[in-house]
Write a protein that binds this ligand. Structure first.
Ligand code: SF4
Ligand code: SF4
Length: 139
């Protein structure tokens, strides 16, 4: 994969979203019941701190029935890399640590392989940003 660390992270989170989102779409009895206002707030904090991106809450009339700031009637409006906890979450992974219906374990293997790559690159990028911020000013 080519590109800068942020570009690679965006692409990897996108890939993770493509892995987890169909799990929910195909099996969930209560879609988005895992969402909460506090998780939306965590996403907003992460987006600002790690990506210097301000997530603007949806206007009240564009929100879904639960009224959460980033949950529209058709789903989350935040990009996968700006809400890592949500993007990596599925009920199976949270409850069991593996996908239940996954006879050869391929989905679970792909999930952990990608998650490890994301975690490693994210940590390296975070360290590089922190080191740069702590450099003495030339001014
Ligand atoms: S994580 Fe669970 S509750 Fe949330 S949408 Fe997916 S299957 Fe549904
Ligand atoms: S998936 Fe989106 S709407 Fe749901 S808790 Fe996370 S940020 Fe909020």
């Amino acid at each position: 994969m080519t590109g800068t660390a942020p570009e690679k992270l965006v692409a990897m989170y996108d890939e993770m979203g493509k892995l987890t989102e169909p799990e929910c779409r195909s099996s969930c009895n209560a879609p988005q019941s895992c969402c909460s206002e506090s998780d939306c707030n965590l996403a907003a904090m992460w987006a600002k701190r790690e990506w210097d991106t301000v997530l603007e809450p949806l206007p009240a009339d564009k929100r879904g029935p639960k009224g959460f700031p980033f949950l529209s009637p058709t789903g989350c409006v935040v990009a996968p890399h700006l809400r890592p906890g949500c993007t990596m979450h599925t009920c199976d992974m949270s409850s069991f640590g593996f996908k239940k219906v996954d006879p050869d374990g391929a989905w679970t293997d792909s999930y952990f392989e990608l998650r490890q790559k994301i975690t490693t690159l994210e940590w390296e990028w975070h360290k590089a940003k922190t080191a740069k911020a702590e450099e003495p000013s030339n001014a």
